[in-house]
Design a protein. Structure first.
Length: 295
């Protein structure tokens, strides 16, 4: 599909962004090692795409163009965190990027976000694009702005490194909620599950900020109160205190599927004993995919 100048904000392209958002997030999350930070990177990338389009030439491959922007935005994020090692391999070895065998495929699929962070950037990017997202070698070259030999070399080394990492024992201690975090999260969750939203409103600050990710942002107690009213009309949620990527969080389950994993999560920011920030991923459920969480 070729986009003509001025067409970027049409309904067709809006649908494209909606359709691609989960795949773009999978890439960003694995590049930066966090499902939560990956959503921040994705939002930044989409903002850059909208801002860049008016000056861009007609785009023959909008999906590749968006992935390229997401790739560069993720690299910018890594530079800010001072974690980037090297984008390109020093040597461009012309290796054959063969198909994954069944064992290697399972190892890539099981690899957690933190495991991908242990790969150098070029290896990480090539493995995510090809083995997680199913891109072709040429598409990987286009996104990474790298030669075919360099991509093949990075892919070969990244797969080999993942196989080695898969053999390491996982004996890291499990994180846990502090007593203080559990106490205040439990109070919020208890009132929410009881649908006592008047009690919840008493817990939030006057200048509370809400980010209903991928949907809307609201500011102030009066505006945010409407958000609780919408939850009062729904019956597809049950809240449980927990951790997501080591951060205190609220995991949201479907009460009609008690043995299923959580559908999404919420993050709260506190100002003393008041809720100052609410970040709700109800409309961005893809974010929890691959994220480490504990109840």
């Amino acid at each position: 599909m070729t986009l003509n100048p001025g067409a970027f904000l049409t309904a067709d392209v809006d649908r494209l962004l909606v359709a691609l958002r989960p795949r773009l997030h999978r890439y960003c999350a694995r590049m930066v090692g966090s499902a939560i930070d990956g959503e921040d990177v994705l939002q930044d990338a989409l903002t850059k795409a909208v801002e860049a389009y008016p000056a861009a030439s007609p785009i023959g491959n909008p999906e590749g163009w968006l992935f390229r922007i997401a790739h560069n935005t993720a690299l910018d994020y890594l530079r800010r965190r001072k974690r980037q090692q090297a984008l390109h391999s020093a040597e461009e070895v012309d290796m054959i990027a063969d198909h994954l065998d069944a064992v290697s495929s399972r190892q890539v699929a099981r690899a957690g976000l933190r495991t991908f962070m242990r790969l150098p950037v070029a290896q990480r990017s090539s493995v995510i694009l090809m083995d997680v997202l199913g891109c072709s070698l040429q598409e990987v070259c286009d996104v990474m702005d790298a030669s075919l030999p360099a991509v093949k070399a990075a892919l070969h080394r990244g797969r080999a490194q993942l196989r080695e990492l898969a053999e390491e024992p996982d004996d890291a201690p499990q994180p846990r909620l502090s007593d203080a975090d559990r106490t205040r999260l439990s109070a919020y969750v208890s009132h929410f599950n009881a649908r006592d939203f008047d009690a919840i409103r008493a817990m939030i600050a006057e200048d509370v900020r809400l980010d209903l990710v991928n949907k809307t942002r609201l500011n102030g107690k009066a505006e945010v109160s409407r958000y609780f009213g919408n939850y009062a009309k729904a019956c597809d949620w049950h809240l449980v205190p927990g951790l997501v990527e080591g951060r205190p969080a609220i995991l949201v389950f479907d009460p009609n599927a008690p043995h299923a994993p959580p559908n999404y999560f919420m993050l709260l920011g506190w100002d003393d004993d008041k809720v100052a920030v609410i970040r709700d991923f109800r409309h961005a459920r893809y974010v929890i995919e691959g994220a480490d969480y504990l109840v």
